[in-house]
Design a binder for this molecule. Structure first.
Ligand SMILES: [Cu+2]
Length: 289
C-alpha cells in the first residue's frame, strides 16, 4: 500500500512536469517592451516548480521509508535547531526570490519616461471609452457631473485644453503608434474595472474616484483584444474592445479621421435643433393658414 502511494506521488510529479513542458497553452507572443514581466513569471515557475518537486518527492520518500512494519515505533523529537534554522533560511531565500523581482519590475512599470504621450481609458458598465490629448498635447479636466449622452466621458466643457481632445466611444477601436512609449491613464465611471491587453503584458485596475496609470511601448503592429479583468457585473464578459498598433503613417491617417470634443459637442447641438425643426415647420404651416 505504501509503495503504491509513493509511486502515485512520483507519477504526479512526472505528470505535472511533462504537462508544463508539453502544454500548448503558453503565453501569447509579446507585443510590448515588458519582457521583464515574462521573466518574472518564468522565474516564479522555476522557484515554485522546484519547491513542488522537492516537497512531493520528499513526501513519497517518507511514505515509503517510514511505512508501517510490525514492531516499528515512531520516535518523538520535540526540537531540532539545525533543521528549523535551515528550513527558516531556505524559505526566506525562496520568498525573497519570488517577491524581489516583482518589486523591481513594478517600479519600472510606473516610472514613466519623459517622452511618453498620454492617453486615457475610461471604463463603465460595460464598455470602453478612450481619449487622446489632441494637438495641444494636454488632456482637459473631467468630472462625473458633466457626464451625459452627448458627453459620455464627462469632459469639462469650459476647459480650453479639452476642446481638441479626441474622444473615441461607441465601441470604436483605439489606435496607437508603433514604437512610441505611452502613459495610460485609467478612470472608471461606475465600479472597479481592469484594463488588460494580454499581448502587452499590462493590466491595471480602474478605480472610481482615482486616476491610475502605467506605461508601455507597443512593439508589434496588429489588432489586440482589450479585456476587463475585474468582475464588474452581469455584462462583464461583454466588456471587450480592441487596440490597433499602426506604423506612424497609418496612425496619423487614422488620427486625422477622428473627432474632437468640440466637433462632437457642436454636432450634438446641431442634431438637437434639427429634431425641433419639424415641429416649428408645422407651427409655421398652421400660422400661414
Ligand atoms: Cu469591467
Amino acid at each position: 500500500m505504501a509503495i503504491a502511494l509513493a509511486l502515485i506521488l512520483v507519477l504526479v510529479v512526472v505528470g505535472s512536469v511533462l504537462f508544463h513542458v508539453l502544454s500548448p497553452w503558453w503565453l501569447t507572443p509579446i507585443a510590448s517592451n515588458w519582457g521583464y514581466i515574462d521573466g518574472t513569471i518564468i522565474l516564479t515557475f522555476w522557484i515554485t516548480g522546484a519547491g513542488f518537486i522537492a516537497i512531493i518527492l520528499f513526501m513519497a520518500y517518507c511514505v515509503f521509508r517510514f511505512r508501517h512494519q510490525e514492531g516499528r515505533r515512531a520516535a518523538y523529537q520535540p526540537e531540532n535547531n539545525k533543521l528549523e534554522w535551515s528550513l527558516g533560511i531556505g524559505t526566506t531565500v525562496a520568498v525573497l526570490a519570488l517577491l524581489g523581482p516583482g518589486l523591481v519590475v513594478w517600479y519600472q512599470y510606473i516610472a514613466v519616461p519623459k517622452e511618453a504621450n498620454e492617453f486615457e481609458v475610461v471604463g463603465q458598465q460595460w464598455n470602453w471609452g478612450f481619449r487622446l490629448p489632441g494637438k495641444d498635447g494636454r488632456l482637459g479636466t473631467t468630472d462625473s457631473s458633466y457626464i451625459s449622452p452627448d458627453n459620455p466621458l464627462g469632459l469639462n466643457p469650459n476647459d480650453p485644453d479639452g476642446q481638441d481632445d479626441v474622444v473615441i466611444t461607441s465601441g470604436d477601436d483605439l489606435h496607437l503608434a508603433l514604437g512610441k512609449p505611452v502613459k495610460v491613464l485609467l478612470r472608471s465611471i461606475d465600479v472597479v474595472h481592469d484594463f488588460y491587453v494580454p499581448e502587452f503584458r499590462a493590466k491595471m485596475d480602474l478605480m472610481p474616484g482615482l486616476v491610475t496609470y502605467f506605461w508601455f511601448t507597443p512593439t508589434k503592429t496588429g489588432k489586440f483584444e482589450i479585456l476587463c479583468a475585474a468582475f464588474c457585473g452581469v455584462g462583464h464578459d461583454n466588456m471587450r474592445g480592441a487596440v490597433v498598433v499602426d506604423k506612424e503613417n497609418d496612425y496619423q491617417a487614422w488620427l486625422e479621421k477622428q473627432h474632437t470634443f468640440a466637433e462632437l459637442s457642436a454636432r450634438a447641438k446641431q442634431s438637437k435643433s434639427d429634431a425641433i425643426q419639424p415641429v416649428l415647420s408645422k407651427a409655421d404651416v398652421a400660422l400661414r393658414k
